[in-house]
Each structure stands twice: as structure tokens, then as C-alpha cells.
Write a protein that binds this ligand. Structure first.
Ligand code: ATP
Ligand code: PRP
Ligand code: MG
Length: 285
């Protein structure tokens, strides 16, 4: 049977969460240590562990059918590669930063400056769009050190918490793009392999929906049910079950984790008691 070839970062920030996601999708990987290629035991999938920076080329060449990769790398060198799913982890941005002491007023300040970066295409395109002429210095890592050693006036690199910038006396002044891990697809994927990809996408969607949601169970006196139901968003409408005690009901619903605490507070105020909150393993809409 045909197998879907997926590239996953060999080591680095995306590695662990990529494998955890596949595991949560019910895909078990026969993983001998230090293997560069492994097969799933219960799904038509072959996993290739590759250097992050090499993955876009493997996708373009059709060596792999899909990959878990940072969106920012696709912007840099992923022409023709499409995004099948956004995966919600490894969130970061690519930004321009200058020394803290620099009195920055606008993008015009980058004219004639030397900018160190690992993302020359992304930086060049952004500056071109803004009509700025600057000199780019390509460095593969520890970009934030460049202004301190006199190699550049500014940098363009990944920012997440901002602590690397802070430690190097830099400040973020322009956000070029926002990124997260994505499931990227080769332009050369075949029709039959796309069918396997669709199955994985469906599973990923169910896992991600589940991660974003909580199952809430609560008890309420019957006269409070209408008010409580108005607070609960739910998938369709809440489940309502009578309790053994007369005049009381149990209400079950699904709440998005982003609004979860606000909803719980409202529920308590509306008279909910014995509130239980459970994780959801998969959610199929
Ligand atoms: N500090 C961060 N916070 C969140 N996500 C990040 C952060 N740094 C990088 N990423 C994301 O993770 C991806 C992989 O980053 P990582 O640092 O592991 O590899 P790399 O150094 O870019 O590549 P290589 O393996 O080729 O050296 C990046 O492309 C980006 O999308
Ligand atoms: O805003 P922060 O949370 O500090 O994260 C940003 C830093 O994280 C990444 O480096 P990484 O740790 O991956 O090291 P690398 O340069 O060796 O890839 C990125 O290149 C920044 O340096
Ligand atoms: Mg890195």
C-alpha cells in the first residue's frame, strides 16, 4: 500500500510537539533510536527526520509529501508549498530589532543600515515593499549578538518571549510576520497520497479542537436552567439530565478554554453547583 511521507524536524523546537501530535492522532511510530526514517505501525505513514532548514527543498522536490514546519520558513523559502493545517504550537514572529539606545521613529530609519538576519528573503521582501535600501548580513544563528560586536546596526530574527532581545540590549520595532507550526504540503503530492493526507488532517483537526475545549458538567436547580443555558455556548445545545434529587438537573456542555474561567464565574453566579471540568481527547464537529 502507498504511504504518506512526512518530514519532522530531527531535533530542535518542533521535534517533540510534532511527534506528540502524531501520537495524539493515534499514530504509533516504530522508532529505533537515531533512525532517520521510521514507519508508523498502524497507519500508512513514513516519517523522515530532517534538518529544519532543509525541509522546504525536500517538499519542493517531492522527496516528502508533507511536513511539520514553522510557517516563517515557508515564507522564507517555501514557494509553491501550501499549508494544509495550522497546528497552534511554536508561535513566534519575525521582527526587526534595533539597539535599545537607538531613537527609532519609523521604517525609514533602516535606510542605509546593516541588518543581520537568518531570513534574508523575508527581510529583503519586506524592505523592498517599504522602499527601504539596506545591507543584509546573513548569519545562521545567534543573530542577536551582531549589533553588540559591531557586525550590524540592526537585526531581523525570530522573537517569541522577547527575552533574547532583552538580554542583548535590543528592542523590537517592526513585526514582519507572525508564525506557528503548520502542516505543509508538497506541490508534487499525488492524488492517492492526498487521500491519506486528508485522513491525517481530519485527525489533527479533532485533536486540536479537543485541546482547545473543556467538557463542563454542573448541577443546578430546575428554575435556574434557562439562565444557565444562555451562558453555555456548547457544540449544539447542552445536555440536560434529571438528578435523582427532585427539582435538580445536571447540565453538560463544551466550553472553549480561552473563555473558560469567565464562563465558570458566570455559571456560579447563576446558581450552578458541583461544577466538574474534564479534558477532551478528541472533538469531531
Ligand atoms: N523562540 C521561539 N519560540 C517559538 N517558536 C520558535 C522559536 N524559535 C524558533 N521557533 C520556530 O521553530 C522553528 C524551528 O526552530 P529551531 O530553532 O528549532 O530550528 P532552526 O534553528 O531554525 O533550524 P536548524 O535545525 O536548521 O538549525 C522555527 O522555524 C520557528 O518557526
Ligand atoms: O524571544 P525569545 O523567546 O527569546 O526567542 C527568540 C530566540 O529563539 C530562537 O533561537 P533558538 O533558541 O532557537 O536558538 P538558535 O539561534 O540556535 O536556533 C530565535 O532565533 C531567537 O534567538
Ligand atoms: Mg532556532
Amino acid at each position: 500500500m502507498k504511504k504518506l511521507k512526512i518530514a519532522v524536524q530531527k531535533s530542535g523546537r518542533l521535534h517533540d510537539e510534532s511527534l506528540a501530535l502524531l501520537k495524539d492522532c493515534g499514530i504509533y511510530i516504530d522508532n529505533g533510536r537515531d533512525q532517520l526514517k521510521a514507519s508508523a505501525t498502524n497507519f500508512p505513514l513514513e516519517i523522515y527526520y530532517l534538518r529544519n532548514g532543509d525541509i522546504p527543498q525536500y517538499l519542493k522536490d517531492g522527496v516528502v509529501d508533507c511536513a511539520i514546519i514553522g510557517e516563517n520558513l515557508l515564507v522564507e523559502k517555501g514557494e509553491g508549498i501550501s499549508i494544509a493545517s495550522r497546528l497552534g504550537f511554536s508561535k513566534c514572529r519575525v521582527s526587526l530589532a534595533v539597539p535599545k539606545t537607538f531613537k527609532y521613529s519609523s521604517i525609514e530609519d533602516f535606510n542605509g543600515k546593516r541588518i543581520a538576519t537568518s531570513y534574508p528573503e523575508t527581510t529583503r521582501n519586506y524592505l523592498d515593499e517599504k522602499g527601504i535600501e539596506a545591507e543584509l548580513h546573513i548569519i545562521n544563528g545567534s543573530v542577536e549578538i551582531a549589533p553588540n560586536i559591531g557586525l550590524a546596526d540592526a537585526i531581523c530574527d525570530i522573537v517569541s518571549s522577547g527575552s533574547t532581545l532583552f538580554k542583548n540590549n535590543l528592542k523590537e520595532v517592526e513585526v514582519i510576520l507572525k508564525s506557528e507550526a503548520v502542516l505543509a504540503v508538497s506541490p508534487n503530492i499525488s492524488e492517492s497520497t492526498t487521500k491519506i493526507l486528508d485522513k491525517i488532517r481530519f485527525r489533527i483537526q479533532s485533536v486540536l479542537q479537543g485541546r482547545d475545549s473543556r467538557y463542563v458538567l454542573l448541577n443546578a436547580p430546575n428554575e435556574k436552567i434557562d439562565e444557565i443555558i444562555k451562558i453555555l455556548p456548547g457544540m449544539k445545545s447542552p445536555t440536560l439530565l434529571p438528578l435523582a434529587e427532585d427539582g435538580w438537573s445536571s447540565i453538560h456542555s463544551v466550553v472553549n478554554r480561552d473563555v473558560f474561567w469567565e464562563v465558570i464565574e458566570e455559571l456560579k453566579q447563576a446558581g450552578a453547583e458541583g461544577i466538574l471540568v474534564c479534558p477532551i481527547e478528541k472533538m469531531i464537529l
